[in-house]
Design a protein around this ligand. Structure first.
Ligand code: NAD
Length: 343
């Protein structure tokens, strides 16, 4: 009851608060815009603020012609980053460039450089050029085997065992440091595993939850690299984008966690996801062949306590497992249909 009243007061107070949303002509730069989140986020930002206001960038060129401003940028090249920001009068940066958990284990030093130096370049340029706001995502990978697994608290044991998790944990502290020492308005979310229909994931431990949909529709069978009873926190991409925009549009005074916010969407196991997909594709067959990613998954939380996000800036997830699975299948079928029309 107390929480409901607090939420109502929060929502009401938001109506009268001066929104820090964009002023006309303000420009946004998205770094790592061709990735799983970058594609969805760039589209959402362009819908909200205008195509020409959002400059997408990545270390490579897009496969199809870009639908708005695009720059090739290696986030490790600080001078190039600075030049793009100055030339385009950018005031808000989303840095999504990273090497994810499973891929990171193949090249720990290279991953550390991209994840860490890429963030430090963004923070330093942000400080020098007095950027208005920066977004940098963290992950549930900051937690480790000694962290409480159920309803993992906002502040608790963080002993990550992957180089990805180590870089995210250090990154969180750097974000808090730049906010504390230099007043830089940097904001962050600990995304759970993200599920999307627009693009394939880029080498994380939760990738199975996207791959299984594609294989269910293409071949009717899937071999999962995690055990069937492995629970992990997950989120449908529309919810992740909504959370990102809500955090970035919140007044600075409302953003009280300056390392990164826990975020909960849904929790499921591979077996539960299989059952949710079978409600639409009954013939789906799933077998299990756990590999090195099982140990990573076993060290991560099963669910997150995200009360801080709910209380500070009104976070509320919209999708559960069944709703997400139904929408994924409809969207992937639509995409397959439109691809076959084009072919
Ligand atoms: P992704 O691998 O799909 O995309 C990353 C993008 O960064 C790619 O397009 C890649 O080309 C680009 N990139 C790599 N190195 C670069 C460099 N040196 N300079 C510029 N661009 C470079 O990853 P994603 O899933 O979109 O994740 C984006 C962010 O969100 C990352 O920080 C990741 O750690 C975080 N995150 C993702 C998930 C998830 O489930 N997808 C979960 C938690 C956190």
């Amino acid at each position: 009851m107390v929480r409901i009243i607090r939420l109502l007061i929060f929502r009401l107070s938001k109506k009268f608060e001066k929104s820090p949303s964009m002023t006309p002509n303000e420009k946004i730069l998205v770094i790592g815009a061709l990735g799983q989140i970058g594609q969805a986020l760039t589209t959402a930002l362009r819908t909200r603020y205008g195509t020409m206001q959002v400059i997408a960038s990545d270390i490579r060129m897009p496969d199809t012609p870009a639908e708005g401003p695009f720059e090739v940028l290696n986030v490790l090249d600080r001078e190039a980053l600075k030049r793009i920001i100055v030339d385009n009068e950018v005031s808000i940066v989303y840095n999504l460039a990273a090497i994810l958990s499973a891929r990171g284990e193949q090249d720990p030093i290279g991953s550390w450089q991209i994840n860490m130096d890429g963030l430090l370049n963004t923070l330093e340029v942000g400080r020098e050029l007095k950027l208005k706001r920066i977004f940098w995502p963290s992950s549930i990978a900051v937690f480790g085997p000694n962290t409480p697994r159920t309803l993992t608290p906002q502040h608790t044991v963080t002993d990550p065992g992957t180089i990805y998790g180590i870089s995210k944990l250090a990154g969180e502290r750097w974000c808090a440091y730049y906010h504390e020492k230099y007043g830089l308005d940097v904001r962050s979310l600990r995304y759970p595993g993200l599920i999307s229909y627009e693009s394939l994931p880029g080498g994380g431990t939760t990738d199975y939850a996207v791959a299984i949909f594609h294989e269910a529709l293409k071949t009717g069978s899937y071999t999962c690299y995690l055990k069937e009873d492995t629970p992990l926190p997950m989120m449908y991409m529309p919810d992740a984008i909504r959370a990102t925009l809500a955090l970035m549009e919140a007044p600075a005074t409302a953003v009280r966690q300056r390392d990164s916010y826990n975020l909960q969407g849904m929790t499921f196991t591979p077996a539960a996801l299989t059952a949710a997909i079978r409600a639409h594709i009954p013939e789906l067959e799933v077998s299990y062949a756990p590999d090195f990613r099982q140990a990573i998954a076993d060290s991560w939380p099963a669910s997150m306590d995200d009360r801080a996000a709910r209380e500070d800036w009104g976070w509320m997830p919209g999708y559960d497992l069944e709703g997400m699975a139904a929408d994924m299948i409809v969207r992937l079928r639509e995409r397959a249909m439109s691809a076959s029309f084009k072919a």
